[in-house]
Design a binder for this molecule. Structure first.
Ligand code: GLA
Length: 356
């Protein structure tokens, strides 16, 4: 069903934003650390119109579901909470938002760790910015989107997903220092391309250990007397911490160092080794992997033509990312998927994308 069919008039405007896949720098953003995401081809599109009944009406094509906000004290759940959150944070920032018809459709896989929620938030904010001509830049869009996610979707996330959705493209990787927001756009490693395979094991971020991991990191930083774990660069400094804080902090410190090594310029081979080390650290020290992700990563790492592979996003399920020899993405992913599904899973190739 189109906007016209749902709301009986054409949209006034529309905007889109992509999902993202993080290549390196996992669980570092809320520690003021470094990340290396890139945009994926799948995106979310938001169309807007003015509603005349003084109520917001949101429609999701993916869920074929309509939500009307009759009372502004009512906070919706599901897809509507992200849109509602964006409207609320704009209002808190001093903008007057009229009643809206909002139509959403998305090709970003949900629950795979590819930031479908950030894509929805950034697309919503971009569309409202366009509709009302608001003087908000792309970094501010990301910051407002993060605020919406924290306060209305209940995830104590960092800024990576929203910055990636707002600023990254599919041709480059985006280095981001999450403390200073200093950025550098970098080419993909030489002769390499990215593949993403979903493990088929769903991941529920809010109910997972995400907020708990974040709290552990903050506790570790307090015990070490630093503002954030970003301020620690050598693992020996972590010896005074009790377990599991020491393991958690060791992941963050080593992961930041891996991203900084890439920033110096590394071969595809080395980039892949750093991704493999990142997975081991997320599995053993940060404990956010699950058997399905370990199986998939292991199959990828053993396949000729794969430079390196790791889980991507928060973990606890979702997708794996790998760096493979350019030109071999389709043959490698097809082969791995067959092998993985024969082991009893129901994985899916997400990048390269066949549908787009
Ligand atoms: C989620 C969060 C991000 C980041 C990653 C883990 O995607 O939204 O802010 O913390 O997990 O790297």
């Amino acid at each position: 069903m189109s906007f016209q069919q749902i709301f009986n008039k054409p949209p006034e405007t529309e905007a889109s934003a992509p999902g993202r896949v993080n290549l390196l720098g996992e669980h570092t953003d809320y520690n003021d650390g470094f990340v290396l995401p890139t945009a994926i081809p799948q995106c979310t599109t938001v169309q807007l119109g003015f509603s005349s009944d003084r109520q917001h009406h949101f429609y999701s094509e993916n869920f074929n579901e309509q939500v009307s906000i009759l009372d502004i004290n009512y906070t919706p759940s599901g897809f509507a909470s992200y849109i509602f959150g964006c409207i609320e944070v704009l209002q808190q920032a001093g903008y007057t938002i009229p009643s809206l018809f909002v139509y959403v459709k998305s090709s970003v896989p949900m629950g795979s760790g590819l930031s479908s929620s950030a894509a929805l938030e950034v697309a919503t904010l971009r569309a409202i910015r366009k509709l009302l001509n608001l003087p908000i830049n792309d970094v501010e869009v990301a910051q407002l989107a993060q605020k919406a996610e924290i306060h209305y979707a209940g995830v104590q996330c960092g800024i990576m997903d929203q910055i990636a959705s707002s600023l990254a493209d599919t041709e480059h990787i985006l280095f981001l220092d999450t403390r200073t927001l200093e950025r550098r756009v970098m080419p993909l490693p030489d002769g390499a391309e990215i593949v993403v395979i979903d493990s088929g094991v769903p991941r529920t971020l809010a109910s997972s250990g995400y907020n708990q991991r974040r709290a552990e990191c903050e506790q570790a930083a307090r015990s070490l007397g630093v503002k954030a774990l970003r301020d620690i660069t050598i693992v020996e400094a972590l010896e005074i911490l009790p377990e599991p804080l020491r393991r958690r902090a060791r992941h963050v410190v080593t992961e930041n160092n891996r991203v900084l090594e890439v920033l110096q310029g590394v071969s595809s081979q080395r980039f892949g080794e750093l991704m493999n080390a990142s997975h081991a650290s997320l599995r053993d020290d940060y404990e956010v992997s699950v058997p399905a992700l370990d199986t998939l990563v292991d199959m990828l790492q053993k396949t000729p033509g794969v430079f390196g592979a790791r889980l991507t996003g928060a973990g606890f399920g979702g997708a794996c990312v790998a760096l493979v020899t350019a030109g071999e993405a389709r043959s490698i992913t097809t082969r791995i998927l067959e092998q993985y599904n024969q082991a009893g899973y129901s994985g899916q190739i997400l990048v390269p994308s066949w549908e787009l």
